[in-house]
Ligand binder design. Structure first.
Ligand code: NAP
Length: 488
């Protein structure tokens, strides 16, 4: 048998450590990597898998060679930087100066700075790592790239992580070369401008969910306040006034009383800024004036506040399911049954209570269902499949329906308790009455905006109508009118 069968099944294709196949062209572009750590290893694997020829420069190649894909050449630093035109510097900033002995060999080449500073280093150094590298090697072109990609994402490939590679450099040609390389590796390059942007690019991996910080602190603050309030009412008051030990309620019962309060107030905080914005527009008689910064930020954080409201509502539902599982609940039931027997009562049935409970649970489930819908449609993949009208219908109209359902849920839960003296413990009103204040104001304000006189004026303003003298356009140099200038 000769001919086709003699040929190897996988001829010039290579199976790499990550299992992917890579076609190595006859003259694969050569890329150098300085450093043999985690990032260097992942980068070498991905580069080899993408058809590049890789040479790694290490201070101790013998020790590290076994950790790299067999197709990558691991050698001493001097040898590694001699032939490639592009060299990745995969070492930490504090070790850059140890590479200065290679300056002559590196002259005229592209150095790719992949480093990330720690938070302390970022504050300490005014110069970015990439600019510092450029100052040490003035004869090289430095490109900042790949620092936002983790070693793990490099190794796993761009399917399993962030695809964007932010690139900046003072040399457009060098930027183009690295962009093409990123594209060949399956990533999406994003031009961030000159090397002066490197500090900003290096700050990105230091951020931890920046848009969630204020909403999360707000939610935690509300939780602490409501928990303390409920603790005083449900645990401390019986202990001080009646000498009853109710401290067992702290981990579950008090938490479950607190969760819906937080969810409900957060949901109202999603709709309050819209009401304030409408009121402001009505008062100003124009939409062409900027909202105050605090209102602007609040409007921008509505999605996060809404998702946190959903999170707390979900926890409330789960905790509520657990309530009958508690041993304390079983004891309560048995004690009640014994009491019934001793009192010689055969059937315990309070019609009003039964109805209240049925309605209140049903409204709660409906409100949670509505909130789930809002949460799902706020996911980018779902939101992208909706047009603007559909998205605003779900988020605005159905969201408001969720607020009304939650209000009805709270009212049926409270029933007549707000008017019964024995529910004012330490003169503190029941918690649900406090949570009702804000949503009731919002629902009332929304109702007012539906009045024809206000609704017509608001619609006109939102279509660009302006009250006489609402906005004054400023000529260059006229600073006295700054306050009233349109920001559109
Ligand atoms: P690492 O595992 O500690 O590797 C650093 C490498 O630097 C060492 O293996 C060492 O290789 C080399 N090196 C060169 N000169 C050195 C010297 N004088 N002293 C000590 N080491 C020296 O670190 P890494 O995680 O690969 O990170 C490398 C760079 O990539 C850092 O700037 C980091 O910020 C950046 N980065 C890392 C990740 C990640 O997920 N790990 C993500 C983005 C960016 P030899 O001993 O072979 O010379």
């Amino acid at each position: 048998m000769s001919g086709e069968m003699d040929k190897p099944l996988i001829s010039r294709r290579l199976v790499d450590s990550d299992g992917s196949l890579a076609e190595v062209p006859k003259e694969a572009p050569k890329v150098g990597i300085l450093g043999s750590g985690d990032f260097a290893r992942s980068l070498a694997t991905r580069l080899v898998g993408s058809g590049f020829s890789v040479v790694v420069g290490s201070r101790n190649p013998k020790r590290t060679a076994g950790l790299f894909p067999s197709l990558a050449q691991v050698t001493f630093q001097e040898e590694a930087v001699s032939s490639p035109e592009v060299i990745f510097v995969a070492v930490f900033r504090e070790h850059y100066s140890s590479l200065c002995s290679l300056a002559d060999q590196l002259a005229g080449k592209i150095l790719v700075d992949v480093s990330n500073p720690t938070e302390k280093e970022h504050l300490q150094h005014r110069q970015s790592n990439a600019e510092y590298l450029a100052s040490l090697f003035p004869a090289c072109t430095v490109v900042k790239a790949f620092n936002v990609i983790s070693a793990w994402a490099l190794q796993a490939g761009p399917r399993d992580g962030n695809r964007q590679v932010l690139i900046c450099s003072d040399q457009p040609e060098a930027k183009r070369t690295i962009s093409e390389m990123a594209r060949a590796m399956g990533f999406t390059p994003l031009d961030m401008g000159s090397l002066a942007s490197a500090r900003e690019v290096e700050a990105i991996p230091l951020r931890l969910l920046p848009s969630w910080k204020v909403p999360t602190l707000l939610a935690l603050g509300l939780f602490v306040c409501f928990y303390t309030y409920n603790f005083i009412r449900d645990v401390l008051q019986p202990y001080i006034r009646k000498d009853e030990n109710k401290f067992y309620k702290m981990p579950l019962s008090v938490v479950n009383t607190t969760l819906p309060c937080v969810a409900y107030v957060l949901l109202s905080l999603v709709y309050l800024p819209g009401v304030l914005a409408a009121a402001l527009q009505l008062r100003r008689g124009t939409k062409y004036q900027r909202f105050p910064d605090w209102l602007d930020h609040w409007l921008q954080h509505r999605k996060q506040i809404g998702l946190l409201s959903f999170f707390f509502a979900m926890l409330h539902a789960l905790y509520s399911f657990c309530l009958p599982l508690r041993r304390s609940h079983r004891y309560d039931l048995v004690n009640l049954a014994v009491k019934q027997v001793l009192a010689n009562k055969s059937r315990l049935w309070a019609e009003e209570e039964v109805w209240r409970m049925e309605i209140y649970l049903s409204l709660g489930v409906l409100a949670l269902g509505m909130l789930s819908l809002l949460a799902v449609t706020s996911l980018p993949s779902i939101a992208n499949s909706l047009n603007w009208k559909e998205f605003s219908f779900v988020q605005s109209t159905l969201g408001f329906v969720a607020l009304i359902l939650s209000t009805m849920h709270t009212l049926t839960y409270g029933w007549t308790r707000a008017f019964e003296e024995n529910h004012y413990k330490f003169y503190l009103p029941p918690t649900f009455t406090l949570t009702l204040l804000l949503p009731c104001v919002i629902i009332l304000a929304k109702g007012l905006f539906l009045l024809p006189c206000l609704n017509r004026r608001l619609t006109k303003i939102r279509r660009g109508w302006e009250k006489d003298g609402a906005v004054k356009f400023m000529l260059p140099g006229d600073h006295t009118q700054g306050e009233k200038t349109s920001h559109v």
